[in-house]
Design a protein around this ligand. Structure first.
Ligand SMILES: Cc1cc2nc3c(=O)[nH]c(=O)nc-3n(C[C@H](O)[C@H](O)[C@H](O)COP(=O)(O)OP(=O)(O)OC[C@H]3O[C@@H](n4cnc5c(N)ncnc54)[C@H](O)[C@@H]3O)c2cc1C
Length: 294
């Protein structure tokens, strides 16, 4: 069995690496100091990421995306993980769950999200429902030709610059009294939607999360993604891949932290020698390297 990367995959890694090195890394200091990503900088980097084909590289080629499969996308995510989350996210990979769009939702949401005309965010988490998503209170009730949505979501990444949200809400109960979930596409400029400031982060400088309130927000009945009450299945089909990308990103972050530690221990001198010569430090470095690489 061949485990080596193909020429195309190596090229993909090199392209992403050089994008990170040439277009993103130099802005990290600004974000660290100000905790703010200026709009002009965001637009400039977004345009460059579209030019090199990283923007929407996970989406279907027929709609203008890069068409990467899960493995190749993971290679890209790992390289993007080398820099700050706020910068890496400008080369946006839309929610792949949008590929479940059909009918008019394709033109209204899937295509413009892929071309970058419209931006998506995703809302599952609530103050009382994190890991336990079935415990969500946000609900949608069908009334004539509309869904009426009420509830609050929090920790929603980038909602402040998004045009619409992929929203999970309860649409009923099963025979055991557990929530049945459905997935909706909701424009964020509708009456009854309020995108509020989220929480300050201890890290991830320049990255923004929001709280979104839905108060009798009305959306067309057709704005449901997949089938009613099958939101959990939809989540499992499309969102599992993010586990891989989060893991890949974390490896890159660990590598970067290791490089910094290695560099410091090779240059910082105490008691007449570099601190990396002390076993207490070198053993730690060896353990770190082993855990990251094996
Ligand atoms: C950077 C970032 C971006 C995010 N962006 C979004 C977004 O765009 N949209 C969105 O909807 N959400 C987003 N989230 C929220 C994220 O999905 C939640 O943080 C996550 O689901 C966990 O929920 P919680 O924080 O409420 O933790 P909790 O569910 O309260 O968990 C707290 C701790 O308890 C542990 N725990 C919980 N249940 C169990 C169990 N049964 N057994 C053992 N341990 C358990 C957890 O592992 C965790 O360590 C984001 C989070 C982060 C950090």
């Amino acid at each position: 069995m061949e485990f080596n990367l193909s020429e195309e995959q190596s090229l993909l890694i090199e392209t992403t690496k050089s994008f990170v090195k040439n277009e993103l890394l130099q802005h990290e200091e600004l974000l660290e100091k100000t905790d703010n990503l200026p709009k002009e900088l965001y637009q400039e980097i977004k345009k460059k990421s579209q030019e090199v084909g990283l923007y929407a590289c996970n989406m279907p080629t027929e709609y203008g995306g890069g068409g990467l499969n899960a493995f190749d996308l993971t290679l890209v995510e790992k390289e993007l993980g080398f820099t700050s989350l706020a910068l890496a996210e400008i080369a946006w990979r839309p929610q792949n769950i949008l590929m479940a769009c059909n009918g008019k939702l394709i033109d209204e949401y899937l295509k413009p999200a892929t071309t970058g005309e419209r931006k998506d965010c995703i809302a599952m988490t609530e103050p009382g429902a994190g890991s336990d998503l079935r415990g969500m209170k946000t609900n949608a009730v069908l009334s004539g030709d509309d869904w009426i949505i009420n509830g609050t979501k929090h920790f929603i990444s980038n909602a402040h610059i998004s045009d619409f949200v992929v929203l999970f809400a309860s649409t009923g109960k099963d025979e055991k009294g557990r929530n049945l979930l459905s997935c909706f596409l909701v424009d964020l400029d509708l009456p009854g939607v309020e995108v509020a400031k989220g929480y300050d982060c201890v890290s991830h400088r320049g990255y923004v999360n929001n709280i979104i309130h839905f108060n009798d927000c009305k959306i067309p009945a057709v704005n449901i993604l997949g089938e009613k009450d099958k939101g959990f299945e939809l989540m499992n089909t499309w969102l599992e891949a993010t586990r891989l990308t989060v893991a890949a990103t974390s490896v890159s972050r660990a590598e970067r932290a290791f490089d910094i530690a290695l560099d410091w221990s090779a240059n910082r001198k105490q008691f007449g020698k570099v601190i990396g010569k002390f076993q207490g430090v070198s053993f730690k470095l060896a353990d770190m390297a082993t855990e990251i690489k094996l």
